[in-house]
Design a protein around this ligand. Sequence first.
Ligand SMILES: [Zn+2]
Length: 263
Amino acid sequence: MEAAFFAGIALLCMGSFIFRLLTLWGSSAAFLTGALTFYSFQWQGLVILAMFFLTSSLLTKWKREVKQDYYSETLEDKKGRTVGQVFANGGASILAAIGAVFMPDPVWLIMFTGALATATADTWASEIGILSKTKPFHLKEWRKVEAGLSGAVTRLGTIAAVLGAAAIGISYYFLYDTSNLMGSGIIIFAGFFGNIADTLFGAWFEQKFFCQICKTETESKWHCKMKTVRIFGLPWVTNNLVNFSSTIIGALMAGGLYIWTVN
Ligand SMILES: [Zn+2]
């Protein structure tokens, strides 16, 4: 029975590579994530992981033609999510799954789910928020900016973040413990909190670039098929690092609240 699950995970990852949701290395990383998740958190953990992965992939493809104006696709984007993106969104949940292997404790599941609630909130916020009719408001610069930049918020994106975190929190409720409404509440709160951390990190620390062709700010090293110029931030503070840090914060917030309420 277990072998069937591992085979299923492998098949899904191969399919994601074939349908260009993931690059080859990205799908290998996804297999590692899936296998560890199943080992530590059983099939229910896989459903939560799939909730994040499938909704994110679908939302990224949704209204692609509208979004293309805001973020230029690199060659890698067209081949699917990279290994860096997989670890940026899934790294914190992998760490929780590894923790559960060595030191079994219910807190790891809450941290795993809190990290994925953050990743889901982030993805829903950016993929839905980018379609907002009003321009996003940048928290550090305290002014409206072009859509597609980290550190800026819209009302639509904020609602999407809450819904994304709630999708994971409600899944947890039905999959694991229908007596633990508090656990779901913690996960939803932690996911939204992690998303706020992501926005603040994005505003204050993430590097930004300027495209000399179309004269816009971007997060991409490439725009309009040309290399862009870095105008802000440290070279190692990439979008992936910001996402990874915020999922760690979401996991710690969920774990901390859980321990606090249990004791
Ligand atoms: Zn450009």
